[in-house]
Design a protein around this ligand. Sequence first.
Ligand code: NDP
Length: 487
Amino acid sequence: MTADRLTNFIDGEPLSNQSGETFAVINPATGEQLYEVEVADEFVREKAIESARRGFAVWSATPAKERARILHRAVALLRENNDSLANVEVLDTGKPIQEASEVDVATGADVIEFFASLSPTQVGQQQEVDGDFYYTRREPLGICAGIGAWNYPLQIACWKSGPALAAGNAMIFKPSEETPRGAVELARVFIKAGVPRGVFNVVHGEGEVGQWLTSHDQIKKVSFTGEVGTGRKVMGSASETLKDVTMELGGKSPLLVFEDADIEEAVSAAMLGNFYTQGEVCTNCTRVFVQQSIYDKFMDSLLERTRNNIIAGDPTDPDTNFGALISEEHLELVMSYIEKGKQEGATVAIGGERIKPDSAPDGYFVAATVFTDCTDDMTICREEIFGPVMSVLTFDDENEVIKRANATPMGLAAGVMTTDIRRAHRVVSKLQAGICWINSYGASPAEMPVGGYKLSGVGRENGIETLHHYTQTKSVYVGMNKLEAPF
Ligand code: NDP
Protein backbone atom coordinates (compact mmCIF):
# COMPACT_ATOMS: atom_id res chain seq x y z
CA MET A 1 0.00 0.00 0.00
CA THR A 2 1.08 3.55 -0.70
CA ALA A 3 -0.34 6.40 1.37
CA ASP A 4 -3.11 6.94 -1.15
CA ARG A 5 -3.70 3.40 -2.43
CA LEU A 6 -4.79 0.29 -0.53
CA THR A 7 -4.41 -3.11 -2.14
CA ASN A 8 -5.87 -6.48 -1.28
CA PHE A 9 -3.83 -8.35 1.32
CA ILE A 10 -3.17 -11.93 0.26
CA ASP A 11 -0.70 -14.51 1.49
CA GLY A 12 0.92 -12.22 4.00
CA GLU A 13 1.44 -9.23 1.73
CA PRO A 14 -0.25 -6.62 -0.41
CA LEU A 15 -1.31 -7.96 -3.82
CA SER A 16 -2.15 -5.66 -6.73
CA ASN A 17 -5.04 -6.51 -8.99
CA GLN A 18 -4.74 -6.88 -12.75
CA SER A 19 -7.92 -5.09 -13.74
CA GLY A 20 -6.75 -1.76 -12.33
CA GLU A 21 -10.25 -1.23 -10.94
CA THR A 22 -10.37 0.96 -7.83
CA PHE A 23 -12.84 2.80 -5.64
CA ALA A 24 -12.44 5.78 -3.34
CA VAL A 25 -12.75 5.95 0.44
CA ILE A 26 -14.04 9.26 1.79
CA ASN A 27 -13.40 10.75 5.22
CA PRO A 28 -16.97 11.28 6.53
CA ALA A 29 -15.86 14.16 8.73
CA THR A 30 -14.42 16.20 5.87
CA GLY A 31 -15.99 14.83 2.70
CA GLU A 32 -12.48 14.49 1.26
CA GLN A 33 -11.00 11.42 -0.37
CA LEU A 34 -8.65 9.52 1.94
CA TYR A 35 -7.27 6.93 -0.48
CA GLU A 36 -8.16 4.56 -3.31
CA VAL A 37 -8.71 0.86 -2.92
CA GLU A 38 -8.09 -1.88 -5.45
CA VAL A 39 -11.03 -4.16 -6.15
CA ALA A 40 -10.42 -7.91 -5.83
CA ASP A 41 -10.57 -9.03 -9.46
CA GLU A 42 -10.47 -12.63 -10.74
CA PHE A 43 -6.69 -12.76 -10.32
CA VAL A 44 -6.80 -11.63 -6.69
CA ARG A 45 -9.73 -13.90 -5.85
CA GLU A 46 -7.98 -16.96 -7.22
CA LYS A 47 -4.83 -16.12 -5.27
CA ALA A 48 -6.92 -15.57 -2.12
CA ILE A 49 -8.40 -19.05 -2.32
CA GLU A 50 -5.09 -20.77 -3.21
CA SER A 51 -3.32 -19.00 -0.39
CA ALA A 52 -6.07 -19.71 2.15
CA ARG A 53 -5.92 -23.42 1.24
CA ARG A 54 -2.19 -23.49 1.94
CA GLY A 55 -2.68 -21.40 5.07
CA PHE A 56 -5.37 -23.72 6.36
CA ALA A 57 -3.19 -26.80 5.80
CA VAL A 58 -0.40 -25.30 7.94
CA TRP A 59 -2.57 -23.65 10.61
CA SER A 60 -4.94 -26.56 11.21
CA ALA A 61 -1.90 -28.79 11.76
CA THR A 62 -0.37 -26.34 14.24
CA PRO A 63 -0.88 -27.50 17.84
CA ALA A 64 -3.64 -25.52 19.56
CA LYS A 65 -1.22 -24.34 22.24
CA GLU A 66 1.04 -22.85 19.59
CA ARG A 67 -1.89 -21.23 17.82
CA ALA A 68 -2.86 -19.69 21.15
CA ARG A 69 0.65 -18.32 21.72
CA ILE A 70 0.71 -16.72 18.28
CA LEU A 71 -2.74 -15.18 18.68
CA HIS A 72 -1.78 -13.80 22.08
CA ARG A 73 1.15 -12.06 20.39
CA ALA A 74 -1.34 -10.50 17.96
CA VAL A 75 -3.39 -9.30 20.94
CA ALA A 76 -0.32 -7.65 22.45
CA LEU A 77 0.45 -5.93 19.15
CA LEU A 78 -3.12 -4.66 18.85
CA ARG A 79 -2.88 -3.16 22.32
CA GLU A 80 0.58 -1.68 21.70
CA ASN A 81 -0.72 -0.02 18.53
CA ASN A 82 -4.05 1.02 20.02
CA ASP A 83 -3.74 4.70 19.20
CA SER A 84 -2.61 4.41 15.59
CA LEU A 85 -5.25 1.75 14.88
CA ALA A 86 -7.91 3.88 16.55
CA ASN A 87 -6.85 6.72 14.26
CA VAL A 88 -7.42 4.55 11.20
CA GLU A 89 -10.94 3.83 12.43
CA VAL A 90 -11.65 7.52 13.09
CA LEU A 91 -10.59 8.55 9.58
CA ASP A 92 -12.57 5.79 7.87
CA THR A 93 -15.74 5.91 9.98
CA GLY A 94 -16.04 9.49 11.25
CA LYS A 95 -16.49 8.29 14.84
CA PRO A 96 -14.84 10.22 17.70
CA ILE A 97 -11.28 9.28 18.72
CA GLN A 98 -12.58 9.39 22.29
CA GLU A 99 -14.54 6.20 21.48
CA ALA A 100 -12.19 4.48 19.07
CA SER A 101 -9.22 4.75 21.40
CA GLU A 102 -11.20 3.36 24.34
CA VAL A 103 -13.44 0.79 22.71
CA ASP A 104 -12.81 -0.30 19.13
CA VAL A 105 -9.30 -1.76 19.31
CA ALA A 106 -9.65 -2.85 22.94
CA THR A 107 -12.84 -4.88 22.41
CA GLY A 108 -11.36 -6.42 19.26
CA ALA A 109 -8.21 -7.45 21.15
CA ASP A 110 -10.27 -8.78 24.06
CA VAL A 111 -12.17 -11.15 21.79
CA ILE A 112 -9.04 -12.54 20.10
CA GLU A 113 -7.52 -12.99 23.56
CA PHE A 114 -10.59 -14.80 24.83
CA PHE A 115 -10.65 -17.27 21.93
CA ALA A 116 -6.88 -17.69 21.90
CA SER A 117 -7.12 -18.76 25.55
CA LEU A 118 -9.89 -21.22 24.71
CA SER A 119 -8.07 -22.70 21.75
CA PRO A 120 -6.24 -25.45 23.70
CA THR A 121 -9.36 -26.32 25.71
CA GLN A 122 -11.28 -27.89 22.84
CA VAL A 123 -11.95 -31.49 23.79
CA GLY A 124 -14.05 -34.28 22.41
CA GLN A 125 -15.87 -37.00 24.31
CA GLN A 126 -15.44 -40.73 24.51
CA GLN A 127 -17.84 -43.45 25.59
CA GLU A 128 -17.79 -47.17 25.80
CA VAL A 129 -20.66 -48.86 23.93
CA ASP A 130 -21.22 -52.65 23.95
CA GLY A 131 -17.55 -53.34 24.53
CA ASP A 132 -16.53 -51.08 21.63
CA PHE A 133 -16.08 -47.36 22.05
CA TYR A 134 -16.21 -44.16 20.14
CA TYR A 135 -14.61 -40.79 20.54
CA THR A 136 -15.18 -37.42 18.96
CA ARG A 137 -12.79 -34.87 17.58
CA ARG A 138 -13.63 -31.22 17.09
CA GLU A 139 -12.09 -30.26 13.77
CA PRO A 140 -11.92 -26.90 12.02
CA LEU A 141 -14.20 -26.28 9.03
CA GLY A 142 -11.62 -25.09 6.49
CA ILE A 143 -11.71 -21.71 4.78
CA CYS A 144 -14.29 -19.38 6.33
CA ALA A 145 -15.47 -16.05 4.96
CA GLY A 146 -16.01 -12.96 7.09
CA ILE A 147 -18.05 -10.08 5.68
CA GLY A 148 -18.19 -6.91 7.73
CA ALA A 149 -20.26 -3.75 8.12
CA TRP A 150 -18.77 -0.24 8.32
CA ASN A 151 -19.64 0.86 11.86
CA TYR A 152 -16.94 -1.10 13.78
CA PRO A 153 -14.59 -2.23 10.99
CA LEU A 154 -11.58 -3.43 13.00
CA GLN A 155 -13.66 -4.77 15.86
CA ILE A 156 -15.85 -6.80 13.49
CA ALA A 157 -12.77 -8.23 11.77
CA CYS A 158 -11.40 -9.25 15.21
CA TRP A 159 -14.72 -10.71 16.37
CA LYS A 160 -14.89 -12.92 13.28
CA SER A 161 -11.25 -13.90 12.92
CA GLY A 162 -10.72 -14.51 16.67
CA PRO A 163 -12.85 -17.66 16.98
CA ALA A 164 -12.21 -18.75 13.39
CA LEU A 165 -8.43 -18.73 13.77
CA ALA A 166 -8.45 -20.05 17.33
CA ALA A 167 -10.32 -23.12 16.07
CA GLY A 168 -7.74 -23.69 13.32
CA ASN A 169 -9.56 -22.27 10.31
CA ALA A 170 -8.36 -19.85 7.65
CA MET A 171 -10.44 -16.76 6.91
CA ILE A 172 -10.93 -14.56 3.87
CA PHE A 173 -12.37 -11.28 5.09
CA LYS A 174 -14.21 -8.65 3.07
CA PRO A 175 -14.59 -5.35 4.90
CA SER A 176 -17.24 -2.85 3.89
CA GLU A 177 -16.00 -0.85 0.93
CA GLU A 178 -16.55 2.27 3.00
CA THR A 179 -14.09 1.24 5.73
CA PRO A 180 -11.53 -1.18 4.31
CA ARG A 181 -8.35 -0.28 6.17
CA GLY A 182 -8.97 -1.73 9.62
CA ALA A 183 -9.05 -5.30 8.32
CA VAL A 184 -5.78 -4.82 6.41
CA GLU A 185 -4.14 -3.43 9.54
CA LEU A 186 -5.34 -6.54 11.40
CA ALA A 187 -3.91 -8.78 8.67
CA ARG A 188 -0.54 -7.05 9.12
CA VAL A 189 -0.72 -7.57 12.87
CA PHE A 190 -1.43 -11.28 12.40
CA ILE A 191 1.57 -11.67 10.09
CA LYS A 192 3.83 -9.79 12.51
CA ALA A 193 2.62 -12.03 15.33
CA GLY A 194 3.56 -15.17 13.39
CA VAL A 195 0.22 -16.29 11.97
CA PRO A 196 1.18 -18.21 8.80
CA ARG A 197 0.62 -16.60 5.43
CA GLY A 198 -2.81 -17.21 3.95
CA VAL A 199 -4.56 -17.78 7.25
CA PHE A 200 -6.12 -14.31 7.14
CA ASN A 201 -6.54 -12.74 3.71
CA VAL A 202 -8.40 -9.52 2.97
CA VAL A 203 -10.29 -8.88 -0.29
CA HIS A 204 -11.85 -5.55 -1.23
CA GLY A 205 -14.93 -4.61 -3.16
CA GLU A 206 -18.65 -4.07 -2.97
CA GLY A 207 -21.46 -6.56 -2.57
CA GLU A 208 -20.38 -8.47 -5.64
CA VAL A 209 -17.13 -9.55 -3.96
CA GLY A 210 -19.16 -10.56 -0.90
CA GLN A 211 -21.49 -12.50 -3.14
CA TRP A 212 -18.52 -14.33 -4.66
CA LEU A 213 -17.40 -15.40 -1.18
CA THR A 214 -20.85 -16.65 -0.21
CA SER A 215 -21.14 -18.79 -3.34
CA HIS A 216 -17.62 -20.23 -3.56
CA ASP A 217 -17.53 -23.99 -3.07
CA GLN A 218 -14.16 -23.93 -1.26
CA ILE A 219 -15.57 -21.71 1.48
CA LYS A 220 -17.23 -23.68 4.24
CA LYS A 221 -18.77 -20.98 6.38
CA VAL A 222 -19.82 -17.36 6.15
CA SER A 223 -19.94 -15.07 9.13
CA PHE A 224 -21.82 -11.96 8.07
CA THR A 225 -22.56 -8.62 9.75
CA GLY A 226 -24.90 -6.24 7.98
CA GLU A 227 -28.50 -5.44 7.14
CA VAL A 228 -31.36 -7.90 7.28
CA GLY A 229 -31.95 -7.60 3.51
CA THR A 230 -28.31 -8.37 2.68
CA GLY A 231 -28.39 -11.20 5.23
CA ARG A 232 -31.23 -12.81 3.29
CA LYS A 233 -29.17 -12.66 0.09
CA VAL A 234 -26.13 -14.09 1.86
CA MET A 235 -28.10 -16.98 3.32
CA GLY A 236 -29.76 -17.67 -0.04
CA SER A 237 -26.44 -17.73 -1.83
CA ALA A 238 -24.74 -19.83 0.87
CA SER A 239 -27.53 -22.41 0.62
CA GLU A 240 -26.35 -23.43 -2.87
CA THR A 241 -23.25 -25.01 -1.37
CA LEU A 242 -24.90 -25.70 2.04
CA LYS A 243 -22.49 -23.48 3.91
CA ASP A 244 -22.86 -22.87 7.60
CA VAL A 245 -23.80 -19.23 8.27
CA THR A 246 -23.65 -16.85 11.20
CA MET A 247 -25.60 -13.64 10.77
CA GLU A 248 -25.37 -10.50 12.88
CA LEU A 249 -28.09 -8.28 11.48
CA GLY A 250 -30.04 -5.15 12.27
CA GLY A 251 -32.47 -4.31 15.03
CA LYS A 252 -35.21 -2.00 16.29
CA SER A 253 -34.59 -2.57 19.95
CA PRO A 254 -36.70 -1.31 22.85
CA LEU A 255 -35.63 0.27 26.14
CA LEU A 256 -38.26 -0.11 28.88
CA VAL A 257 -38.04 2.59 31.54
CA PHE A 258 -40.22 1.78 34.55
CA GLU A 259 -41.37 4.36 37.08
CA ASP A 260 -39.09 2.98 39.80
CA ALA A 261 -35.97 3.39 37.61
CA ASP A 262 -33.15 5.73 38.49
CA ILE A 263 -34.04 8.50 36.05
CA GLU A 264 -30.51 9.69 35.37
CA GLU A 265 -29.34 6.15 34.68
CA ALA A 266 -32.32 5.60 32.40
CA VAL A 267 -31.44 8.76 30.49
CA SER A 268 -27.83 7.55 30.28
CA ALA A 269 -29.03 4.24 28.81
CA ALA A 270 -31.26 6.00 26.28
CA MET A 271 -28.46 8.37 25.22
CA LEU A 272 -25.82 5.64 25.04
CA GLY A 273 -28.21 3.47 23.05
CA ASN A 274 -29.02 6.20 20.53
CA PHE A 275 -26.16 8.65 20.30
CA TYR A 276 -23.01 6.57 20.89
CA THR A 277 -21.14 6.19 17.56
CA GLN A 278 -23.62 8.86 16.31
CA GLY A 279 -26.35 6.24 16.42
CA GLU A 280 -24.66 3.74 14.09
CA VAL A 281 -24.89 0.74 16.40
CA CYS A 282 -26.91 -2.38 15.61
CA THR A 283 -28.18 -2.88 19.17
CA ASN A 284 -29.45 0.68 19.60
CA CYS A 285 -32.60 1.12 21.68
CA THR A 286 -34.31 3.38 19.18
CA ARG A 287 -37.72 2.80 20.77
CA VAL A 288 -37.59 4.23 24.29
CA PHE A 289 -40.75 3.30 26.23
CA VAL A 290 -41.17 5.48 29.32
CA GLN A 291 -43.81 4.82 31.97
CA GLN A 292 -46.33 7.67 31.85
CA SER A 293 -45.92 8.70 35.51
CA ILE A 294 -42.21 9.62 35.06
CA TYR A 295 -42.41 10.88 31.49
CA ASP A 296 -42.00 14.59 32.30
CA LYS A 297 -39.02 14.06 34.58
CA PHE A 298 -37.38 11.74 32.09
CA MET A 299 -37.88 14.18 29.20
CA ASP A 300 -36.58 17.18 31.16
CA SER A 301 -33.32 15.42 31.87
CA LEU A 302 -33.03 13.85 28.40
CA LEU A 303 -33.47 17.17 26.62
CA GLU A 304 -31.24 19.05 29.01
CA ARG A 305 -28.43 16.51 28.64
CA THR A 306 -28.86 16.24 24.85
CA ARG A 307 -28.75 20.03 24.54
CA ASN A 308 -25.73 20.57 26.79
CA ASN A 309 -23.57 17.46 26.74
CA ILE A 310 -23.23 16.50 23.09
CA ILE A 311 -20.10 17.79 21.44
CA ALA A 312 -20.26 17.27 17.68
CA GLY A 313 -17.24 18.12 15.58
CA ASP A 314 -13.84 17.06 14.34
CA PRO A 315 -13.64 13.38 15.42
CA THR A 316 -9.88 13.58 15.90
CA ASP A 317 -10.39 16.11 18.72
CA PRO A 318 -10.41 14.20 22.04
CA ASP A 319 -13.23 16.44 23.33
CA THR A 320 -15.61 15.46 20.54
CA ASN A 321 -18.14 12.84 21.63
CA PHE A 322 -20.41 12.80 18.59
CA GLY A 323 -19.06 12.13 15.10
CA ALA A 324 -20.08 12.17 11.45
CA LEU A 325 -22.31 9.64 9.70
CA ILE A 326 -20.56 7.25 7.36
CA SER A 327 -21.49 8.90 4.04
CA GLU A 328 -23.52 11.58 2.34
CA GLU A 329 -25.87 8.88 1.08
CA HIS A 330 -26.43 7.61 4.60
CA LEU A 331 -26.93 11.15 5.88
CA GLU A 332 -29.67 11.60 3.30
CA LEU A 333 -31.27 8.33 4.33
CA VAL A 334 -31.28 9.35 7.99
CA MET A 335 -32.70 12.79 7.08
CA SER A 336 -35.43 11.12 5.01
CA TYR A 337 -36.47 9.12 8.10
CA ILE A 338 -36.58 12.32 10.13
CA GLU A 339 -38.83 13.89 7.48
CA LYS A 340 -41.09 10.82 7.57
CA GLY A 341 -41.31 11.09 11.34
CA LYS A 342 -42.49 14.68 11.04
CA GLN A 343 -44.93 13.89 8.24
CA GLU A 344 -46.46 11.04 10.22
CA GLY A 345 -47.14 13.31 13.19
CA ALA A 346 -44.23 12.87 15.59
CA THR A 347 -42.77 15.99 17.24
CA VAL A 348 -39.10 16.88 17.02
CA ALA A 349 -38.27 17.63 20.65
CA ILE A 350 -34.64 18.38 19.79
CA GLY A 351 -32.38 18.08 16.75
CA GLY A 352 -33.98 16.91 13.53
CA GLU A 353 -31.54 18.63 11.19
CA ARG A 354 -28.19 18.42 9.50
CA ILE A 355 -25.49 20.28 11.40
CA LYS A 356 -22.22 21.85 10.31
CA PRO A 357 -19.91 22.03 13.33
CA ASP A 358 -17.25 24.77 13.09
CA SER A 359 -14.44 22.23 13.38
CA ALA A 360 -15.83 19.98 10.62
CA PRO A 361 -18.20 22.03 8.47
CA ASP A 362 -18.11 19.67 5.47
CA GLY A 363 -18.74 16.47 7.43
CA TYR A 364 -21.90 14.37 7.30
CA PHE A 365 -23.36 15.32 10.68
CA VAL A 366 -26.96 14.94 11.80
CA ALA A 367 -27.93 16.44 15.16
CA ALA A 368 -28.83 14.13 18.02
CA THR A 369 -32.57 13.90 17.50
CA VAL A 370 -35.39 13.02 19.88
CA PHE A 371 -38.94 12.45 18.66
CA THR A 372 -41.92 12.59 21.02
CA ASP A 373 -45.64 12.02 20.38
CA CYS A 374 -44.67 8.79 18.66
CA THR A 375 -46.94 5.84 17.98
CA ASP A 376 -45.88 2.24 17.41
CA ASP A 377 -47.00 2.21 13.77
CA MET A 378 -44.86 5.17 12.64
CA THR A 379 -42.05 4.39 10.20
CA ILE A 380 -39.46 5.78 12.64
CA CYS A 381 -40.68 3.28 15.26
CA ARG A 382 -40.66 0.30 12.91
CA GLU A 383 -37.59 0.58 10.68
CA GLU A 384 -33.92 0.62 11.56
CA ILE A 385 -32.57 4.12 10.88
CA PHE A 386 -28.94 3.59 11.94
CA GLY A 387 -28.46 7.20 12.91
CA PRO A 388 -28.90 9.39 16.03
CA VAL A 389 -32.69 9.30 16.04
CA MET A 390 -34.52 8.33 19.24
CA SER A 391 -38.27 7.81 19.42
CA VAL A 392 -39.82 8.20 22.87
CA LEU A 393 -43.12 6.40 23.54
CA THR A 394 -45.12 6.15 26.73
CA PHE A 395 -46.82 3.20 28.44
CA ASP A 396 -49.00 2.48 31.44
CA ASP A 397 -48.39 -1.09 32.52
CA GLU A 398 -45.91 -3.91 32.29
CA ASN A 399 -47.84 -6.38 30.15
CA GLU A 400 -48.73 -3.70 27.66
CA VAL A 401 -45.13 -2.56 27.22
CA ILE A 402 -43.80 -6.10 26.84
CA LYS A 403 -46.30 -6.76 24.08
CA ARG A 404 -45.45 -3.54 22.28
CA ALA A 405 -41.69 -4.06 22.73
CA ASN A 406 -42.00 -7.49 21.10
CA ALA A 407 -44.18 -6.28 18.22
CA THR A 408 -41.33 -6.10 15.70
CA PRO A 409 -39.96 -8.68 13.29
CA MET A 410 -36.50 -7.96 14.71
CA GLY A 411 -35.09 -9.13 18.02
CA LEU A 412 -31.49 -8.11 18.52
CA ALA A 413 -31.47 -6.38 21.91
CA ALA A 414 -33.58 -4.86 24.67
CA GLY A 415 -33.04 -2.95 27.89
CA VAL A 416 -34.96 -2.79 31.15
CA MET A 417 -34.46 0.06 33.61
CA THR A 418 -35.98 -0.66 37.03
CA THR A 419 -34.90 -1.00 40.65
CA ASP A 420 -37.42 -3.82 41.24
CA ILE A 421 -35.28 -6.95 40.97
CA ARG A 422 -38.20 -9.29 40.40
CA ARG A 423 -39.72 -7.13 37.73
CA ALA A 424 -36.37 -6.90 35.93
CA HIS A 425 -36.01 -10.66 35.55
CA ARG A 426 -39.71 -11.27 34.91
CA VAL A 427 -39.75 -8.77 32.06
CA VAL A 428 -36.46 -9.93 30.56
CA SER A 429 -37.72 -13.51 30.44
CA LYS A 430 -40.58 -12.35 28.21
CA LEU A 431 -38.62 -10.13 25.83
CA GLN A 432 -37.91 -11.56 22.39
CA ALA A 433 -34.32 -10.40 22.05
CA GLY A 434 -30.96 -12.13 21.91
CA ILE A 435 -29.21 -9.58 24.15
CA CYS A 436 -30.96 -8.03 27.17
CA TRP A 437 -29.49 -5.44 29.50
CA ILE A 438 -30.81 -4.69 32.97
CA ASN A 439 -29.84 -1.24 34.28
CA SER A 440 -27.16 -1.09 31.63
CA TYR A 441 -26.98 -0.66 27.88
CA GLY A 442 -24.56 -1.63 25.14
CA ALA A 443 -21.83 -3.47 27.06
CA SER A 444 -20.66 -6.50 25.11
CA PRO A 445 -17.72 -8.30 26.74
CA ALA A 446 -15.92 -11.09 24.89
CA GLU A 447 -17.26 -13.65 27.36
CA MET A 448 -20.93 -12.91 26.59
CA PRO A 449 -22.58 -14.49 23.54
CA VAL A 450 -24.35 -11.92 21.34
CA GLY A 451 -26.76 -12.32 18.46
CA GLY A 452 -30.33 -11.86 17.41
CA TYR A 453 -33.72 -13.46 17.77
CA LYS A 454 -36.15 -13.38 14.84
CA LEU A 455 -34.86 -11.46 11.79
CA SER A 456 -31.90 -10.03 13.71
CA GLY A 457 -29.64 -12.97 13.20
CA VAL A 458 -28.59 -16.58 13.12
CA GLY A 459 -26.00 -18.02 15.50
CA ARG A 460 -23.91 -16.09 17.98
CA GLU A 461 -20.64 -14.22 18.23
CA ASN A 462 -18.43 -14.19 21.33
CA GLY A 463 -18.83 -16.46 24.32
CA ILE A 464 -17.70 -20.09 24.47
CA GLU A 465 -20.45 -21.36 22.16
CA THR A 466 -19.07 -19.42 19.20
CA LEU A 467 -16.08 -21.72 19.00
CA HIS A 468 -18.52 -24.54 18.20
CA HIS A 469 -19.76 -22.56 15.19
CA TYR A 470 -16.21 -22.77 13.82
CA THR A 471 -15.65 -26.49 14.34
CA GLN A 472 -17.33 -29.69 13.24
CA THR A 473 -17.57 -32.95 15.14
CA LYS A 474 -15.97 -36.08 13.81
CA SER A 475 -17.11 -39.31 15.48
CA VAL A 476 -14.67 -42.19 15.48
CA TYR A 477 -16.03 -45.65 16.30
CA VAL A 478 -13.46 -48.21 17.42
CA GLY A 479 -14.29 -51.91 17.18
CA MET A 480 -12.82 -53.82 20.14
CA ASN A 481 -14.91 -56.97 19.50
CA LYS A 482 -14.30 -59.39 16.68
CA LEU A 483 -16.17 -58.08 13.64
CA GLU A 484 -18.68 -60.55 12.23
CA ALA A 485 -20.75 -60.38 9.04
CA PRO A 486 -23.71 -62.39 7.72
CA PHE A 487 -21.92 -63.00 4.44
P1 NDP B 1 -24.81 -4.05 4.46
O1 NDP B 1 -25.74 -5.20 4.62
O2 NDP B 1 -25.13 -3.05 3.42
O3 NDP B 1 -23.35 -4.57 4.12
C1 NDP B 1 -22.64 -5.45 4.95
C2 NDP B 1 -21.53 -6.11 4.17
O4 NDP B 1 -22.08 -6.98 3.19
C3 NDP B 1 -20.66 -5.12 3.40
O5 NDP B 1 -19.33 -5.57 3.42
C4 NDP B 1 -21.26 -5.19 2.01
O6 NDP B 1 -20.40 -4.78 1.02
C5 NDP B 1 -21.55 -6.68 1.92
N1 NDP B 1 -22.53 -7.07 0.90
C6 NDP B 1 -23.43 -6.30 0.25
N2 NDP B 1 -24.17 -7.07 -0.60
C7 NDP B 1 -23.74 -8.35 -0.46
C8 NDP B 1 -24.11 -9.60 -1.04
N3 NDP B 1 -25.08 -9.70 -1.94
N4 NDP B 1 -23.45 -10.72 -0.65
C9 NDP B 1 -22.48 -10.65 0.29
N5 NDP B 1 -22.08 -9.50 0.86
C10 NDP B 1 -22.70 -8.36 0.50
O7 NDP B 1 -24.68 -3.39 5.90
P2 NDP B 1 -23.96 -2.03 6.28
O8 NDP B 1 -22.52 -2.12 5.88
O9 NDP B 1 -24.78 -0.91 5.73
O10 NDP B 1 -24.01 -2.04 7.87
C11 NDP B 1 -25.10 -1.58 8.59
C12 NDP B 1 -25.98 -2.76 9.01
O11 NDP B 1 -25.22 -3.70 9.74
C13 NDP B 1 -27.11 -2.35 9.94
O12 NDP B 1 -28.30 -2.99 9.56
C14 NDP B 1 -26.66 -2.86 11.28
O13 NDP B 1 -27.70 -3.11 12.17
C15 NDP B 1 -25.92 -4.10 10.91
N6 NDP B 1 -24.99 -4.48 11.97
C16 NDP B 1 -25.27 -5.55 12.77
C17 NDP B 1 -24.44 -5.88 13.83
C18 NDP B 1 -24.73 -7.05 14.71
O14 NDP B 1 -23.82 -7.50 15.39
N7 NDP B 1 -25.94 -7.57 14.76
C19 NDP B 1 -23.24 -5.09 14.13
C20 NDP B 1 -23.02 -4.02 13.21
C21 NDP B 1 -23.87 -3.71 12.18
P3 NDP B 1 -20.31 -3.22 0.63
O15 NDP B 1 -20.92 -2.42 1.74
O16 NDP B 1 -18.87 -3.00 0.52
O17 NDP B 1 -21.08 -3.05 -0.62
